[in-house]
Design a protein around this ligand. Structure first.
Ligand SMILES: Nc1nc2c(c(=O)[nH]1)N[C@H]1C(S)=C(S)[C@@H](COP(=O)(O)O)O[C@H]1N2
Ligand SMILES: [Mo]
Length: 428
């Protein structure tokens, strides 16, 4: 079988229309609740913000976490490595300077809608079921999955809201959701089974159109609406292309916070596609919906139609310095500025750096061969002269020809920030 890769626009402008017309189903969520969420999501500003905050960042607003601790995250969160944001932990980019291409699990950001569940491999199984299968539901145990042919792939997992805070700080826009800077991304070597192998073994038919992987973590309740368990449909073309059921991260079993025993890895797609603590996969011969591809993870705002953009698929283009915000740098001494750039669209081609707020630019030296689904490390030398505030900028261009713009097109939920970030430092 040679699956047709889904295009950004084809997936899936039709879905919302089909759902509205009653042609698509959204198991577990009342139609009126989805309509409410959808209506709220279409309204720009604080109303949508507070209504949707629950699904994006409930705990950020309501649970005051102690420094270095996030409710529900199992691994240690040292304050030099992570910034806790509600139930989530953002990687401090400066802490990546000492790490390699792959982000160690100890440094990998965590995005939890609720809390990390503790699941024993012996008690776990994956159920594959639905109208898109030839027969009844099929179960796969942990050892059974591990016995299937495995593949290893380097891929980033990056939250769709990564960089969201810059819509506010650089562009003065009001957006809802967790106020990430640039550290809601990590790159790992994932080992696991091809989703396509499992779907074929389960008896997927040519009538299947969507698959809906679902996590075993708690149901998500947002503004009194129970959205059910985290789940987001994937079109069959992507599911059969390069998606993994991963059970290892950087050569070790998945840590609890990153989805033990098994998670989905959907290369180059937005973070929420990478369902952790996978429990079941519905294979459907009808288009499927969940809150995570209807009101959430679409673009709403003046630049988009009232029903929002198509559901988000691939990540965008970004660059970050491995340097603390507001860092002090000594004058008249040679600095090696380092950072990373990545794109969900194509491998990075070039990275340019400016140390004078964008007046002049020079090429950074790429320290890795750019690959799809990954980032590239880079460096640039700088001898700061004038004492006082300075603004550093890094701008990537990928092989599709896209370059990071000066301004990102706003959307109410602050997804897919792609503009060049102004990194302020002080020369002392
Ligand atoms: N079951 C489940 N899967 C999930 C989530 C979740 O809360 N529950 N969060 C999603 C989101 S929004 C992101 S960005 C990634 C984060 O993966 P990480 O925590 O391993 O970095 O997991 C995704 N998968
Ligand atoms: Mo995310």
């Amino acid at each position: 079988m040679s699956p047709v890769p889904p295009t950004e626009t084809a997936y899936d402008r039709r879905r919302l229309r089909q759902w509205r017309d009653g042609e698509a189903v959204s198991p577990g969520v009342e139609r009126r609740d989805l309509l409410r969420l959808l209506a709220a999501a279409s309204v720009a500003g604080p109303v949508a913000g507070s209504f949707l905050a629950g699904a994006g960042s409930a705990a950020a607003a309501t649970v005051p976490a102690a420094p270095g601790a996030a409710p529900g995250i199992v691994k240690p969160l040292p304050t030099d490595v992570f910034t806790v944001r509600g139930t989530n932990a953002e990687t401090n980019f400066a802490a990546l300077r000492s790490t390699g291409l792959h982000t160690p699990a100890s440094h990998f950001f965590v995005r939890n809608h609720t809390v990390t569940p503790r699941i024993a491999a012996e008690d776990w199984s994956l159920t594959v079921w639905g109208s898109g299968l030839r027969g009844p539901a099929v179960e796969f145990g942990y050892e059974q999955l591990r016995a299937l042919p495995s593949v290893t792939r380097t891929a980033f997992v990056e939250c769709a809201g990564n960089g969201r805070s810059y819509y506010t700080t650089q562009q003065r826009e009001t957006v809802s959701g967790t106020a990430w800077t640039l550290g809601a991304i990590g790159v790992a070597r994932w080992r696991g089974v091809r989703l396509s192998d499992v779907l074929r073994r389960a008896g997927i038919t040519s009538r299947a159109v969507d698959v809906l992987p679902r996590g075993l973590d708690d149901e998500v309740v947002s503004a009194g609406v129970n959205l059910g368990r985290v789940r987001r449909p994937l079109p069959v073309a992507k599911a059969l292309d390069d998606v993994l059921l991963a059970y290892e991260m950087n050569g070790e079993p998945l840590p609890p916070d990153h989805g033990f025993p098994v998670r989905l890895v959907v290369p180059s797609w937005i973070g929420v596609a990478n369902i952790k603590w996978l429990g079941d996969i519905e294979v459907s011969d009808q288009p499927l919906y969940s809150p995570w591809n209807t009101d959430l993870y679409r673009l709403f705002g003046p630049a988009y139609p009232p029903e929002g953009s198509a559901p988000l698929t691939r990540q965008t283009l970004k660059s970050a310095f491995e340097l603390a915000p507001g860092a002090s740098v000594p004058a008249h001494r040679r600095q090696v500025l380092t950072g990373r750039s990545w794109s969900g669209g194509a491998p990075v081609r070039t990275v340019e750096v400016s140390t004078d707020g964008g007046s002049t630019w020079r090429r950074a030296r790429l320290r890795d061969t750019p690959e799809r689904h990954s980032w590239v490390r880079w460096s640039a030398e700088w001898v700061p002269r004038d004492r006082g505030p300075a603004v550093l900028l890094a701008r990537a261009t990928d092989r599709s020809g896209r370059t990071q713009p000066d301004v990102a097109v706003p959307n109410t939920q602050g997804y897919l920030f792609d503009a060049v970030v102004r990194h302020e430092v002080t020369v002392v």
